[in-house]
Structures are given as C-alpha cells and as structure tokens.
Ligand binder design. Sequence first.
Ligand code: ZN
Length: 308
Amino acid sequence: MTNQASQDLTDNAIFPFQVGETAVRGHVIRLSGVIDEILQAHQFPDPVSSLVGEATCLASMMGASLKFDGKLIFQAQGDGPVSMLVADYTAGGALRATASLRAGDLAQTGTALIGKGHIVMTIDQGEDMERYQGVTPIEGTSLAEAAVAYFAQSEQIPTAIRLAVGRMSTPGEPDRWRAGGIMAQFVPGEGGTRERGEEILKSEDDRDVWARAAAFVETTKDDELLDPMISAETLLYRLFHEDGVRAFTPQPVHGECGCSGDKIAAVLSRYSEDDLRDMVEDGAINVVCEFCRKEYQFTPQGEPSGAP
Ligand SMILES: [Zn+2]
C-alpha cells in the first residue's frame, strides 16, 4: 500500500486514506519540526501548547480535503483561561496557530481550558468568493470530541478523531514537540450533493462499516500518533488491515504565517493619528505578530521602518 514517494515522507505531512472500497475516508497527520517551531515561538504553558498542537492537527486534516485555493480556519472561543484558540491551514500546506489567554486556572486540560463557548470553522475561498462559516457549541472534554460534535451538528457527517501532542526527549538535546492525529469520516459518493439533514448512513451495511471504522480509530494510542518509529502507513495497516486500506499521496505541510510589514502597515493606516500616537513607545510603533511572534517596527506615522 505504500509507494516510494510516501516512504520518504514520514513527518510534517498529511496522509489521505480510504478504508477498502467503503465510503470511509480520512487523514493521518504527523508533525515534528513544524509543530515544534510553532509551539516554541509561543512558549505557552504545556496544557495550552497541547491544545494549540491539537487545533493545528485538526485544521490540517480538515483543510487537506479542500479542493480549491483557499484557507480553513479552526477556532474555539470560550469563557475559560484560553479565550481563543486559532489554527489556519492554507492550500499548499501552510500552517499557523495561536491562542489568547486570560487570567484563570491553567492546570486544567482539554476543553475545560476553553470553558463554555463555540467551535467556529471558516472556509475562506479568497476575495471574490463567499466565506463559509459553521458554528456549534463546544461539547465533550477534549478538542477531538468537540470537533466530532461539530461535524455531527453542523454537517451531519459521522466522524471519528484521535489527537495527541507531546514532547520528545533526546539525550543532550532540548525537548521537541510532536503532534499527530487521525480523522475518519463516512463520506459517500465523493463530490455528490446531499439534501441538508438527509441521513448519511442509509443502510444496515453502512452503519456496520462506519461503526467498525470508528471503533478502530478510537483505539489509536497516543504513541502510535507520536512515535517517529511508527509511520502513518504502519498505523493505517494496524488499524484497517482486515478491511484493506488505500493510502494516497501524502501532502507535505510547513509553518508559514503570511504576515508582512506591508500587511500590518495597511492595518495601521486605518487608525487615526491620535490612536497611532498612543501606540508609540521609545519613538516607534512596535507590533508583534500574534501567530509567529515576529516583531515589526513602524514610524510614529505607521510607516514601515525596517527590521527592529
Ligand atoms: Zn506572523
């Protein structure tokens, strides 16, 4: 089930698959350097880093099925200490993610950190196209459960998800973050249209096929998603070998924020002179990108003044 190209690519990639000839399709994601770079830039407390890593995996697996040149934005917002969690996937595999924190108990994990709130999924197909946005209340104790509930409520798509984020130690080196995930869905008639609210699992056979695949996904252990010695192909084989599994060409991902001095200057140009004056510190306006933590410096008039 592997080919030469896919064997060379074990990390920082999304691996599409289909279970046998069934309507069960999905993605595995494996992130090492890409997620380490994102999480090291933020230096969040570990439980928050875990959430950001999970959100990045989710956005990637959801975004990987986009058939156009757009962007998928996964957000969770609530009344807990993590007021906002955002991860973006842009077609071509560019990832970025961040979180906003407010005072609160950071010793919690999972969706308890976000509190009562909503999952917001946005698909942005570019300037001339309408944005699609789905919003559902946060349910469950983990981000994976919340995403499964999102798909059930917003799109009525049967979904199973497992996510894992962890630090890996190598003697003599700093710990590095890794993240991984698997998401399977029952999506009959690829590209076909369906009436809203129409039952997807139409027959006893459909229900059996889905129940079996979902149960396998849910048995996936954290180390199977994180251990660099267990490839995506090995994981898929372990889970679905009895039914047969087809692994398609992996899609590489990379960290890319897309921020620039010009874009920030364009935002600053919308502020009044008074507002700009309030932002000046030590004779300059300093802006830190909330996604990649890159620092930009502007003149008191909001003009780019080169690297700080
Ligand atoms: Zn940035």
